[in-house]
Design a protein around this ligand. Structure first.
Ligand SMILES: [Cu+2]
Length: 345
């Protein structure tokens, strides 16, 4: 079923506007071919005609700062930042660096190396991290300039009482001083017909140690793969996935052992130079999105595989997939065809 991805079967057009019925499981009980998905999409559009008046969407422009940056300074912190202070669902989010007049700063001047947004949660023991956790990540960007865009009808729940923090790193590539802000635009939908989505960070090594080394001893054109089997702890559907990779990466893929190791999600890095360069990180990592979603069941496992160029050593690299799982039990537990996805550039 990898052809579904390779063929970039698009469900944009009518369904992208109308969206799938929020709360529908989006699954077809009898499996079938891609045509079934197309029909399901048309039915959903008829039932869920877009009603702009009912939508209560607004975009909040928030920022953290000022952050004083000296020439050539590298600064990294873990800080609390203003949350949206509304009840609703985040449907889109993008963070970047601006100056004190709100102008976006170019990456070759001041680079947001990474910014991982987390929200405080009830503390629990996280075995994967071997640590007590009181916050969890829900959005990350950085050099890859990632925008979270959930398909219509889905959102990350946000509450007025939420508290956020950001783990960030800024690098000043110039000999000038800056007064910088991390700005984040958050689109919030306060209507009720939104299916909640949970952010799940899948790491190719572990939460406790996110890094691994690529030996670089394979010769020209060789590939080093780091894989990890990850138990699925929550039943639902993957509606968005993207990745975090370092320089030298080739791809990051999620596969499903119970269905012949078929690939569920594949993302890849995009480099400024057009080719992997060990000294540069990716300027972008491609995203996967599917309004129907790929079913995952609690108790099954998935395998995350990061592939890196092995013709040269790459130290302390990462492979993290940011997976957004919509709540609700999919109807089918067979290895039926995967739903069409919308490939984002
Ligand atoms: Cu990293």
């Amino acid at each position: 079923m990898q052809t579904v991805f390779a063929g970039r079967l698009s469900v944009s057009g009518p369904s992208a506007r109308g969206g799938y019925a929020p709360g529908s499981d989006g699954m077809h009980p009898s499996g079938g071919k891609a045509a079934v998905w197309a029909i399901a999409g048309v039915v959903a559009v008829v039932l869920m005609a877009p009603n702009p008046a009912a939508a209560r969407v607004r975009t909040l422009h928030l920022r953290y700062g000022p952050i004083a940056m000296q020439p050539a300074e590298l600064k990294a912190h873990n800080t609390r930042v203003p949350p949206p202070r509304v009840n609703g669902f985040i449907t889109r989010m993008h963070a970047y660096v601006v100056d004190d007049r709100g102008r976006r700063l170019p990456t070759n001047e001041l680079m947001l190396h990474h910014a991982v947004f987390r929200k405080y949660i009830a503390p629990f023991w996280d075995a994967d991290c071997s640590a007590r956790r009181d916050s969890e990540p829900f959005y990350a960007t950085g050099e890859e300039n990632e925008t979270l865009r959930l398909p219509p009808g889905y959102g990350l729940r946000v509450k007025r009482s939420d508290h956020w923090l950001v783990r960030w790193m800024l690098m000043n590539h110039t000999d000038k001083r800056y007064k910088a802000y991390i700005r984040y635009d958050v689109r919030v939908d306060t209507s009720r017909a939104i299916v909640p989505v949970q952010a799940v960070w899948m790491r190719v090594v572990s939460c406790r140690n996110e890094y691994f080394d690529v030996p670089g001893d394979g010769g020209p054109g060789s590939v080093f793969q780091q894989s990890r089997q990850i138990p699925v702890t929550r039943t639902g559907r993957v509606v968005v996935a993207t990745g975090h990779l370092h320089g030298g990466a080739i791809s990051l893929a999620l596969s499903e052992p119970r269905c012949g190791n078929r690939i569920l999600v594949s993302t890849r890095p995009v480099y400024r130079s057009g080719a992997p360069r060990p000294t540069d990180g990716p300027v972008h990592v491609t995203s996967f999105t599917s309004p129907v979603g790929i079913p995952l069941f609690r108790g099954q496992s998935v395998v995350l595989t990061a592939s890196y160029d092995n013709s040269a050593p790459h130290d302390e690299v990462m492979g993290t997939m940011h997976v957004y799982v919509a709540a609700g039990r999919p109807a089918a537990y067979d290895c039926g065809p995967l739903p069409p996805n919308v490939a984002l550039p």
